[in-house]
Ligand binder design. Structure first.
Ligand SMILES: [Zn+2]
Length: 607
């Protein structure tokens, strides 16, 4: 039997003030032709080329005390001169990206994803990896601890020291937090779970742990346990303003607003806490859907370039569907509140003209250059595979339930995908989701999914929701802050007589700046463009607060002159305001729905 020595890594939070990690990678038996090393161009779960190697500020190689020449081959690959080994490459890595995708280090904490710091040893990716993690030097860091789902190999619980992974793919799938984070733990489905929160917070950790336990247990039950990981860690960074998450096989990195966490003594589930629980629920569902049930295009990941799939709607959309649904099913979200959340999701889709130009299959494929690189034209050009994907999941679920009289559902489809692809670790082919959906439901779904997934036709949301006794109403917005989900205080006819600009705006000082000019709106017809700064209407100064009110006081068809700066040049632009479009959705339970619909609804919501 051939001995395959492990790859040994050592990472030190070397200089918090300069935001520098020092990372060593040692190969005992380097490639005799010259060992190549590379950092990934992207991080799985976030579909954008990020070129992490650009944060390597210095790099050198040595063997047996002598330096070894290291030549850069392309933007993220180095080749060491041939040597007998062991060969050690040492890199300084700059970490000042506080997002869930990056690496970050200062005197208050450190965080890194393996993709940012651990060099891949080309041709040795299957080797076991040993990692030693070291704190910054100095007494002020003596209270720092570690939170990570990396397997401990010598380190004490929460301690610095030895960790390990079975191969490179696993090594880069366990982000690491270090510092003086708040910490709580709970057990779900027999699996130990931890929460580590970085940032100055005043949160009820006991309640957070209890609520997350309910969410996690609900997901484990959904997939038909046992859970596929032997421990799980929520790594949370609390900021003044923030929202985002990245899924991993046994952990998730989350960024949230400080105010999203439950305060001591608070009982109610506020909207912001619901948002946090929804985010945690989303990333936890990914433990199965996308971390283990994966598109064949990601099996294995090609870390050097874009990996194309049409299926992100099934991985992100279906996960977005179940994140809030799980909160209803485990009792953390009232059914009425769920309808509000759903109504808002539908409103968001209706306010995206790009849904008429791009299908979710195309949105998935082009995620790398469109969804992840949004600009002023994005609302007119693209559709979200998260938002529309979740509504496709809703339609598919309700369609299967209605056509099988509640005997089958999308839940069964997901569990079949888990058994066929997830558990055995087989990639899902591009037509795999719908094939399994047809097999499980016994229904012909191809033509229907051609329309929903691969075309820009509107989804039959009203019709599908009616099968579970939910009435959908669509009306114009009451104001710019109306996000939908609730019934309006005025009639739809009254709301339709409100004039609107047809653009999204932001305050720039005391001026109004257009950020997006929407297809079919008055602003676009008048020739206004993103970046324009509106300073006056009909010769009178406008401010962010007054512009909307002045337009709302007009009738559709009313005309005005807008005074606009574009590239610092003043223009006067005539505009004819249009009626507010019917783009705002409210849902409610139909108390007169037939018993069959009520029964389907109970099977669906679990209540
Ligand atoms: Zn996701």
């Amino acid at each position: 039997m051939k001995i395959r020595p492990p790859i040994r890594y050592r990472i030190r939070a070397a200089d918090p003030a300069a935001h520098l990690f020092e990372v060593e990678c040692t190969v005992t038996d380097p490639d005799p032709a010259g060992q190549r090393f590379a950092l990934p161009a992207w991080i799985p779960g976030s579909y954008l080329i990020r070129d992490f190697a650009r944060h390597i500020v210095s790099i050198r190689a040595e063997s047996r005390g002598a330096s070894v020449a290291l030549a850069k081959r392309d933007k993220h690959t180095w080749r060491a001169a041939p040597c007998r080994g062991p060969l050690t490459v040492t890199a300084e890595v700059y970490g000042w990206d506080p997002s869930v995708r990056g690496a970050h280090l200062d005197a208050t904490h450190g965080f890194f994803n393996g993709t940012c710091v651990f060099l891949r040893v080309l041709g040795r990716e299957e080797r076991e990896c040993e990692v030693e993690i070291r704190p910054p030097a100095g007494r002020r860091y003596s209270r720092w601890r570690i939170a990570t789902s990396l397997a401990r190999k010598g380190a004490r619980p929460l301690g610095f020291g030895g960790y390990g992974a079975t191969d490179y793919d696993e090594l880069i799938d366990h982000p690491v937090e270090m510092g003086t984070f708040a910490h709580a733990s709970f057990t779900a489905g027999g699996v130990p779970h931890e929460i580590a929160i970085t940032g100055r917070i005043d949160a009820d950790l006991g309640r957070l742990a209890r609520d997350l336990k309910r969410v996690c247990e609900s997901h484990i039950r959904f997939w038909g346990g046992p859970a596929p990981m032997d421990r799980y860690v929520f790594l949370v960074m609390a900021l003044g303003e923030g929202y985002g998450g990245l899924e991993h096989r046994a952990s998730t990195a989350l960024v949230c607003s400080r105010d999203d966490l439950p305060r001591p003594g608070e009982r109610a589930i506020t909207e912001s806490y619901r948002t946090f629980l929804g985010l945690a629920s989303h990333e936890y569902f990914h433990t199965w859907n996308v971390k283990r049930i994966k598109p064949a295009a990601f099996t294995p990941y090609d870390l050097e370039r874009e990996n194309y799939t049409t299926l992100l709607w099934a991985f992100e959309g279906v996960t977005s569907y179940y994140d809030d649904l799980a909160l209803v099913r485990c009792g953390l979200l009232k059914a009425e509140d769920y309808l509000e959340v759903l109504g808002r999701s539908i409103t968001q889709l209706l306010r995206t003209p790009g849904r008429r130009r791009q299908s979710v299959a195309d949105s998935s494929w082009d995620a790398w250059v469109k969804y992840y690189r949004q600009d002023e034209n994005s609302p007119n050009a693209i559709v979200s595979y998260y938002g529309k994907g979740a509504l496709i999941a809703l339609c598919l679920d309700l369609h299967i339930r209605a056509r099988t009289a509640g005997r089958r559902s999308l839940d069964d489809v997901m569990r079949a995908l888990w058994r066929r692809y997830g558990r055995p670790g087989i990639g899902v082919p591009e037509d795999g989701v719908e094939r399994v959906a047809e097999e499980v439901s016994g229904l012909k779904l191809r033509a229907l999914l051609d329309r929903w997934v691969r075309s820009t036709s509107e989804l039959p949301l009203g019709e599908m929701l009616a099968t579970v006794g939910i009435e959908m109403a669509v009306r114009p917005a009451e104001s710019a802050s109306d996000r939908g989900g609730r019934a309006a205080s005025k009639s739809a006819a009254a709301l339709a007589s409100r004039a609107v600009l047809g653009a999204r705006t932001t305050a720039e000082g005391n001026d109004v700046k257009l950020t997006h000019v929407l297809d079919g709106g008055a602003a676009l017809a008048a020739g206004l463009a993103a970046g324009d700064v509106i300073v006056a209407m009909d010769g009178i100064r406008v401010a962010p607060k007054t512009l909307e009110n002045r337009i709302a006081a007009l009738r559709p068809g009313a005309r005005a002159r807008l005074h606009v700066f574009r590239r610092d040049e003043l223009h006067e632009i005539g505009i004819t305001f249009a009626a507010a479009p019917a783009d705002t959705c409210a849902l409610r339970f139909d108390r007169r729905a037939p018993a069959r619909a009520a029964a389907l609804r109970r099977g669906w919501l679990g209540r």
